[in-house]
Design a binder for this molecule. Sequence first.
Ligand code: GLU
Length: 370
Amino acid sequence: MNFQRVVIKVGSALISPTTQGCSGKYLLAIARFITQCHNAGKEVILVSSGSVAAGRSLIQHGSPNPSIPTKQAMASVGQMKMMANWQRFFDEPCSQLLITHGDLKDRQRYINIKNTLRILLANKIIPIVNENDTVATDELKVGDNDNLAALVALVSEADCLLILSDIDGVFEQDPRVNPDAKMLKEIGKIDNSIYAMAGTTRNHVATGGMKTKIQAAEKATENGIETYIINGTRSDVFDRLLNGSNPGTHFVAQQNAIRAKKHWLKHTLKSCGQVKIDQGAVAALLQKGASLLPSGISRISGAFAAGELIEIVDSESDQIIAQGISQYSSQNLGQIIGFQSEAIDGILGYCPSKVIIHRDDMVLVNEGSK
Ligand code: GLU
């Protein structure tokens, strides 16, 4: 298995196998795998469930299915326990990101999450993401951490998603009903027949079950991210992963991730404005693969928010040469064009980014897919 940036989703069944509080039982092998990934120069983001399960015994409740506010209180106290449980397995610092679907849908917050993850990884910190259960109600929630992990893989531009659970992979039939059921080693395009194989979850601390894992795999593979469902209760799976073999079910990426991103930038998003740039900036973008800085911009047109797509125009030829996601709104950008990045803080009073469009968020008109 060949990956550079991996999102590892760890389900509640591994964090809290007895459903009462956090356990280290399965985390040691996972943490060892993460350390080995780091030693091999790979980047890892964890998406960890378990806050509700970890806080369950600390909040009075009289029902096997407590009310939403009760679960939110459990998540609030359990999140601390779950984070502390992870940290004890690592020498590197862990960081906490609590996010909701509402955050991922909001363009400004989306780029804030993206920028934060980029900096955490560059500083060799282990980001640990969970849903912000305390504030999220149904319409704000992703709802399950399988889909959350797929969204985190997208926002972080990971090339691999590992969904760790207590099941070996996807079976043609329910192996608890038919012990001879065959496991699928590799799945190409995900269609209804694959969903039909997904049974319902039997483990009452887990939110998702097989269906949400397949949904997550579909989201990820459509965007070029190789996805695996793996049994994290078996420590041998990690050695097999490191040796390049597949110990579970592999969902094959449906296209190259960079191409998927370029295609998304080029064809899915609608441009909300333009910036004109000088010849130095044109050369930097076209010949050096640089990001767009405020100093190279001479004019702005249109009204756009941070996180929206804008076109980059060569001021001499008046041709669009590239487009990409702006880190700044048109209003803020208007105040900083022509200045060096170092001046941004002094002018705006804050500096969320030294570049206006990061190279990773940019596509040249004559590059990428048609
Ligand atoms: N966010 C929930 C928790 O931490 C878990 C959701 C899930 O496992 O899908 O308890």
